[in-house]
Design a protein around this ligand. Sequence first.
Ligand code: ADP
Length: 318
Amino acid sequence: MLSLRNLVKVYPGPVTALRGVDLEVPRGMFGLLGPNGAGKSTLMKILSGLLEPTSGEVTLDGMDLVRHPEALRPHLGYLPQEFGFYPYLSGQDMLRYLLELKGVTAPQGLKALVAQLLERVNLTFAAKRKVKEYSGGMRQRLGIAQALAGNPKLIIVDEPTAGLDPEERQRFYRLLAEIAHERTVLLSTHIVEDVAMLCPRFAVIRQGRVVAITSPSEAKAALHDTLFEGTVPPADMAPFQQAWRVTQAVLFEGRNRVRIHLPRGAPPPPGFERTTPTLEDAYLLLMKDAPEPTAPAVAQAPGQAPGQAPGQAPAVGA
Ligand code: ADP
């Protein structure tokens, strides 16, 4: 079990990136979902020992990772957002190099371990190909291979599906689901679909604070009978958004298909029909409803405003 207690990170500036995060992460896949700038990468870097928190506690099965980051290393695998590859090395040489850097030793020898890991992530066929010829998905799988070395208890994966095409994404999801059987995999993402597909439980983080800990089915069930969908002419969109709680507005065949949230039992506007809530609805409502952080008040850096999901109405979000 990974436990975070009142974790705070203030960068010079000062920018408060984490405002007291409490979280218990069990075995299996656990999602950390939040918009850009929410503090996910900061949290991931602290967990992987790359960054010290300003205050707070992190323990893995009782081990104190803030005071003894070196104790963590053998138990941790990390796939960062930006993964440095040497494009001219073959996949197997690259992996071997990464294992050497990490100080991994193998009773059966590194060569055998490399072969085993490549097999585990379905890259044996490309072992001798240069990494520059790998697709985005193959590179991510090579990243997972190095994270798996040493059979760590905890694997941290930071925004892994950005830039993958739908097919690569599916393969990568399957691999993540497989490796999460035996350990804790913490998946940080701003993509609701990643969480919907993979995570039996997840936390939503916004402006450095955990604003919900739930499961995809719980989050959707909580909205049962409260979501309605209809069409709004483009010219009426602005006043409509003022009047109703819009969760999503998607252009469909040139018309605005709009989803709104109503208190249970309240009548919808004419032409709107009850619809099945999605995790995206639940997430966007959480982003609307979560209280604004109080002190220490620190302005969001330009360009770091919380991101909007595709199809999200301009009024929705932070
Ligand atoms: P996310 O990964 O959810 O996009 P980050 O952890 O990268 O969020 O950022 C959280 C906040 O901390 C943002 O406001 C960001 O601008 C700020 N931040 C991140 N890294 C630094 C840094 N090295 N120095 C100052 N501010 C930073």
